[in-house]
Design a protein around this ligand. Structure first.
Ligand code: GDP
Ligand code: MG
Length: 442
């Protein structure tokens, strides 16, 4: 399955320190194969891979996540995006009833879905009406009546005198019936064929023209794989629709169809059908579908937690270090610089905080190369030296310079800068904000 493949791709990334161009290419190739195997249409795969690659290249190396987790995060976010971002709500008619028409191949799950939708609507205190416009199959009307009974919702079906045999006439009359009976929703179940054919399309188009639905839903079986794209396109051309309902998501299908249909038709997926019972129904949630495709719900949760915890720990630690100057070590100094650089333009906010202006200036002078050098120097120090920089005498400076591949003057510069920062913090702690004019009377 798609998730198995992705899992093996990601596990090969585990333990890597940083994503190389080669890693990205290799991963992209694997994800491409995985998506194709999951029946995602080729143009969709291409677009998806291009986006993921672009982001993987541009992404800053995250402190909280390892490379595998980072790629999973990108793939997940792009999946959510391609699946439509947010859940789409039903558009209501200005004047009731709101008319929803279902179209799709035979066996796609229209009748079952009609029952689910009316139950869901009725549970929210609506008064829906089911309409039987599938007069093709002998038992279709009875099937809808059974569904209506289960959902405790009335069914409008052809009777002698109200247009027997003509689904267009039944549809037209059902809207009138709904108005008279205060049904605020009308759900029209239509006929389908096993394959796309002109006569069926025409019938659906005629029903559409007769009642002008507020929503036309294309109902599609998620298990049909690559065929989903052709069928979706045929219905788009033949009838047109506003949104898609995916059915049989309880089957093996991992969601290749969802990905393709959303991308190719540009229509949002609105409902998800996940079983034969009336309750097996949900609004379509792109984020849930994405984690289903990835099948890595736990991993995604862990990633979120890791990121949140990391950021929180770091900020708390820093706040603690800033509060007591005796604890402010070279390690803190380094962390502080890394943190401020990562914040990017946000670090300008520091300039607005009393006393922080100087600190900001000091840190803003540091570019990425400086930061690499400073990191190397501090890493070449012993833990004792980092905790107590006063220990760092001439011979230690030479050793540190050699160890980190810099000049002794660079080490001197860093140590000086550190002592300045420490002094500044001490002043702040003692109440005097450096750079702030004294306030008379305080
Ligand atoms: P229609 O021809 O489009 O009206 O399709 P039906 O609603 O009659 O469904 C065809 C078959 O698929 C029936 O046996 C349903 O019970 C089954 N079915 C419909 N939706 C789902 C679903 O979400 N999951 C599963 N497992 N079966 C479904
Ligand atoms: Mg049916």
């Amino acid at each position: 399955t798609l998730s198995d493949r992705l899992t093996s791709v990601f596990s090969s990334l585990r333990g890597k320190g940083r994503l190389s161009e080669e890693d990205i290419d290799k991963t992209a190739r694997e994800i491409r194969l995985a998506l194709l195997e999951a029946d995602v249409a080729l143009p969709v795969v291409r677009a998806f891979i291009a986006k993921v690659k672009e982001r993987a290249r541009g992404e800053e190396v995250s402190k909280a996540l390892n490379p595998a987790q980072q790629v999973i995060k990108i793939v997940n976010e792009e999946l959510v995006e391609i699946l439509g971002g947010e859940t789409r709500e039903i558009r209501h008619a200005k004047n009731a009833p709101t008319v929803i028409m279902l179209a799709g191949l035979q066996g796609s799950g229209k009748t079952t879905l009609a029952g689910k939708i009316v139950k869901w609507l009725a549970d929210q205190r609506n008064t829906p009406l089911l309409v039987a416009c599938d007069l093709q199959r002998p038992n279709a009307v009875t099937q809808l009546q059974v569904v209506g009974q289960r959902a405790s919702v009335p069914v409008f079906a052809p009777q002698p005198g109200n247009g027997v045999g003509d689904p267009v006439e039944v549809a037209r009359q059902s809207v009138e019936h709904a108005r008279l009976n205060n049904n605020n929703f009308v759900i029209i179940d239509t006929a389908g064929r096993l394959g796309v054919d002109a006569e069926m399309m025409q019938q659906a188009a005629d029903i559409r023209d007769a009642v002008q639905p507020d929503e036309i839903l294309f109902v599609v079986d998620a298990m049909i794989g690559q065929d989903a794209v052709n069928t979706a396109q045929a219905f788009l051309d033949g009838v047109g629709y506003d949104a898609v309902a995916l059915t049989k998501l309880d089957g093996d299908a991992r969601g290749g169809a969802a990905l393709s249909i959303r991308h190719i038709t540009g229509r949002p997926i609105m409902f998800a059908s996940t079983g034969e019972k009336l309750e097996d129904f949900d609004l379509f949630h792109p984020d849930r579908m994405a984690s289903r495709i990835l099948d890595m719900g736990d991993v995604l949760t862990l990633i979120e937690q890791a990121q949140r915890t990391f950021e929180q720990d770091e900020v708390e630690e820093m706040a603690g270090a800033l509060a007591s100057d005796t604890d402010f070590t070279l390690d803190d100094f380094l962390k502080q610089m890394q943190m401020v650089r990562r914040m990017g333009p946000i670090s300008n906010l520091l300039g607005m905080m009393p006393g922080m202006g100087q600190m900001r200036d000091q840190i803003n002078d540091v570019d990425d190369k400086d930061l690499d050098r400073i990191t190397a120097i501090i890493r070449s120090m012993t833990p004792g030296e980092r905790l107590n920089p006063k220990l760092i005498n001439g011979s230690r400076r030479l050793r540190i310079a050699n160890g980190s591949g810099v000049q002794v003057s660079d080490v001197n510069g860093l140590v000086t800068r550190f002592f300045e920062a420490q002094k500044m913090l001490k002043q702040m702690k003692n109440g005097g904000m450096p750079g702030m004019p004294g306030m008379p009377g305080m």
